[in-house]
Design a protein around this ligand. Sequence first.
Ligand code: NAP
Ligand code: MG
Length: 516
Amino acid sequence: MSTLATQAELTLNDWKERAANATFKTQAFIDGEYRQALSGQTFDCINPATGQCLTRVASCQSEDVDAAVASARQAFESGEWSRRAPTERKKILLKFAQLVREHREELALLETLDMGKPISDSLNVDIPLSADCIAWFGETVDKSYDEIAPTGSDALALIPREPMGVVAAVIPWNFPLLMAAWKIGPALATGNSLILKPAEQSPLTALRIAELAMEAGLPKGVLNVVPGFGETAGQALGMHMDVDCVAFTGSAEVGKLFLQYSGKSNMKRVSLECGGKSPHIVLADCHDIDQAAQAAASGIYYNQGEVCNAGSRLLVQESIKDELVERVMHWGKKLMPGDPLDPSTQMGAMVDKTQMERVLGYIDIGKSEGAHLRMGGNRVLGESGGYFIEPTLFDQVNNDMKIAQEEIFGPVVAIIEYETFDEMMNIVNGTRYGLSAAIYTKDINESFKFMRDVETGLAYVNTSCIGAEVGQNFGGIKDTSPISSREAGSQMFDAVTYVKNMVVDFSGKLQKAQIE
Ligand code: NAP
Ligand code: MG
């Protein structure tokens, strides 16, 4: 259905027509079927490009979470998925990925209407990467080997990985389907049952793919989706006594709450992927200032700056600063926001009014802190009713300012000038976050010194901070991922499985303490 040929032909009018006729899955998906929330409550699902309500979605409360957990547990214990032959599980996950690809245009439209990102990104980035992620994990199912511990010939000690059981995933809105896929892939590949809580701002694609998973052959109860608010559905999952593990992606503040929920309930395992304040660093000897500037501009403005590893601090050596800043502004101005349904738009709307106001608030803070606003700073396209902010650049930022320390999660870059390599490293590491960092330099020694000393989970040389290929293990340290395995790669198995030591003693001699 969705081929590259049809994609090339779709115009703004085509997308508008499809948007006018779009249908939405609005109920929770529990035990293999769509259901209203037991309370009957719903919440508005807003299109951030217009401020208009698209539809109303079930607002799950703790009793809906109880039903989803009971279904997930029942499915897990039945063994229908958790103990199914690996080749069969692989086939189902690959079919699921294929169905996501086949529904690419439909899902891309839902994603764009729901959270405001450009349709060309939804179509060419979010949806294909989500399918690739599910397929990548599907492929691992019959290719993952466990370990054998060294023993003498009298015994055999096997160390298999076992699924945790019932896994909950609580995710953000910036890449709604991709963040869901990063949880679904590893959790289902290892035999768990999953309950997914999408962000309240962006539930539509998660709700739609639940039935695609069933169509692919996933047994009921293995994948449940409970839309709702963090304080209700999210907290109910965090506090649930029968959830074995929560895999969370979102802000550090809410990540800390999940640690508390765990301590107050059943000490469930918690894996956290939180925020970032990632630096792009351009050294005077970089290969090409313009190329570095272009990468820096897309590294902060891509996805409206709503990216956990956005290069929100741009550190530049004094001697090339003026030229670099000019070039970043040149590229940034090409990214003025537009109608997300227009295939030529490269920057869409902020996800909601609250987020827009939060970002505008940080722009005011930057001005009052004495940083020099060189580009942007305003809400634009207000007549659309949508929440658009123009690409914004602050010069003369000092690393102690709030706009250099706090995650803005919007199209705002802070230029920080430095002189020496050591000074630069202090600024780079002078943040509570530790997700990603990128350096542009020709000097091989400096690039390796940088990668060795940078306090992040991801380090790049001569390419932007943004770049997450499935299989590369994504995550950080410090407040970004204080306790976590890595996402989107095999290390995520550490979050959703546990290791069991199984010993067979052929001789009866291993038992050290003998009863006399
Ligand atoms: P958020 O406010 O922390 O929300 C994330 C999820 O947690 C949402 O589903 C939210 O539900 C839920 N939640 C909120 N309050 C809760 C509570 N009291 N108890 C339980 N659950 C609760 O983050 P966001 O604004 O959606 O997303 C932006 C953040 O995500 C940024 O900090 C960004 O850096 C981070 N992020 C990190 C990564 C990474 O891999 N490191 C990737 C993407 C995004 P509702 O919103 O529905 O209320
Ligand atoms: Mg929405």
